[in-house]
Design a protein around this ligand. Structure first.
Ligand code: NAD
Ligand code: DAU
Length: 351
């Protein structure tokens, strides 16, 4: 094994796709997945690679400094790709504190451990922090977020992510820790936890349940297929410049209502329903507090410097996603049992 790489949050949605890509593409890397397995972490996401000889799973909480220091001492990683986070905006509105611990304190624990272990030899080391476009706040009808857009986070989730981005940059500036950061737009695809818009809607349409649309459904998101995000992470981890930030986006803006209407059409076809049947499930509900109107990313820097571009058109990616959910009923049924039922009742049925 030439290199040991820690991937945090590898049992989650995006992390599991990054782990799969790295385990398969880099047999000479030892990939250590560090994950607490919160409600969002699911080892089922990694069934196909869990026995690979270059893959190790360590169940650990990044907030626990002692455990994190022990893992760094045990493996002496050459690189860290840090995805572990509390990631759902609605949960950050009902319970912000967990977001502060994991997203800020957890990141600082990793930064400190990396700094300590790399004190003697910083050659070829890299701390890669995965962040979000939400740190830039909300756009009006025009314009795109670039790497130079000022931070203006609006939710406890995005404020905690912004805070961790600042800390990562501060460690680069003050301690010369070799870091790189990327800020990505909304991901979609297989293994997405069904508290987020697209998988929640797929599950509800499948079960003929109301599809909750916040406010008037006019908010805009820029959607990127998750495997394209994983490929961007690969490019940035290996070839991104030290201390730099790269924006990643799909160049693919949809209002929530248009996206859901399109999804309903796809689901009607896949489920052999009368055209228009699924759309009748659309239900407008109370808006998210402080709901950001529009996100849209300018990925020019990533595309020109590193030659990355999204590989899938949204229509094709969405159809692949629907096919995956319909073919993986067990996965879906397992994650929507237990705690999810309570979350769903508290979030949507008690409003
Ligand atoms: P997710 O919620 O699906 O997965 C998060 C993972 O982190 C889970 O496996 C969970 O068990 C783990 N985790 C949470 N707290 C932990 C802790 N204290 N210690 C160790 N592990 C812990 O999230 P995701 O959607 O895959 O997002 C991954 C990263 O990408 C996050 O940092 C998020 O901010 C960022 N991001 C997400 C999107 C998106 O659209 N989902 C877009 C841009 C950036
Ligand atoms: O932009 C990147 C971010 O995208 C990531 O940093 C976050 O981790 C990720 O969760 C996602 O945040 P959003 O808040 O944009 O995603 P979500 O799927 O929760 O919501 C997408 C849009 O759909 C948003 O405008 C809110 C709306 N929505 C969401 C849900 C869950 C609804 O209208 N109804 C719903 O039930």
């Amino acid at each position: 094994m030439k290199k040991t790489i820690f991937i945090t949050g590898g049992a989650g949605f995006i992390g599991s796709h990054v782990i799969r890509l790295f385990v398969n593409k880099y047999p000479n890397y030892k990939i250590v997945n560090i994950d607490k397995l919160t409600y969002a972490g699911n080892l089922e996401n990694l069934k196909d690679i869990e026995k690979a000889s270059n893959y190790i799973f360590e169940k650990a909480d990044i907030v626990d400094k002692k455990v994190i220091d022990e893992l760094f001492a045990k493996y002496k990683p050459d690189g860290i790709i840090h995805l572990a986070a509390e990631s759902h905006v609605d949960r950050s509105i009902t319970n912000p504190t967990e977001f502060i611990y994991t997203n800020i304190v957890g990141t600082v624990n990793l930064l400190n451990a990396a700094r300590e272990i790399w004190a003697e030899n910083i050659q070829d080391k890299r701390f890669y922090h995965i962040s979000t476009d939400e740190v830039y706040g909300s756009l009006g009808d025009n314009g795109l977020f670039t790497e130079k857009t000022a931070y203006d986070p609006k939710s406890p989730y995005s404020a905690a992510k912004a805070s961790s981005d600042h800390l990562v940059r501060a460690y680069n500036h003050t301690f010369k820790l070799p870091v790189v950061i990327s800020n990505c737009s909304n991901n979609y695809g297989p293994n997405h936890f069904p508290e987020k818009l697209i998988p929640l809607a797929i599950n509800n349409i499948k079960n003929m349940k109301p599809i909750p649309i916040y406010g008037k459904g006019e908010n805009v998101r820029d959607w990127l297929y998750v495997i394209d995000h994983a490929k961007a992470i690969d490019a940035i981890y290996h070839n991104g410049r030290d201390g730099e930030t790269y924006n990643i986006g799909g160049n693919n803006e949809w209002t929530n209502i248009n996206l859901i209407k399109h999804l309903c059409k796809v689901m009607d076809k896949k489920l052999n329903r009368t055209p228009g049947a699924s759309e009748l499930l659309i239900t407008f509900v109370k808006d998210r507090a402080g709901h950001d109107l529009r996100y849209a990313i300018d990925s020019t820097k990533l595309m020109t410097e590193l030659g990355w571009k999204p590989s899938l058109q949204f229509e094709e990616g969405l159809e692949k996603t629907v096919d995956w959910y319909l073919a993986n009923e067990d996965w879906l049924n397992n994650v929507v049992s237990g705690d999810y039922q309570k979350y769903y009742r508290d979030m949507y049925e008690c409003k």
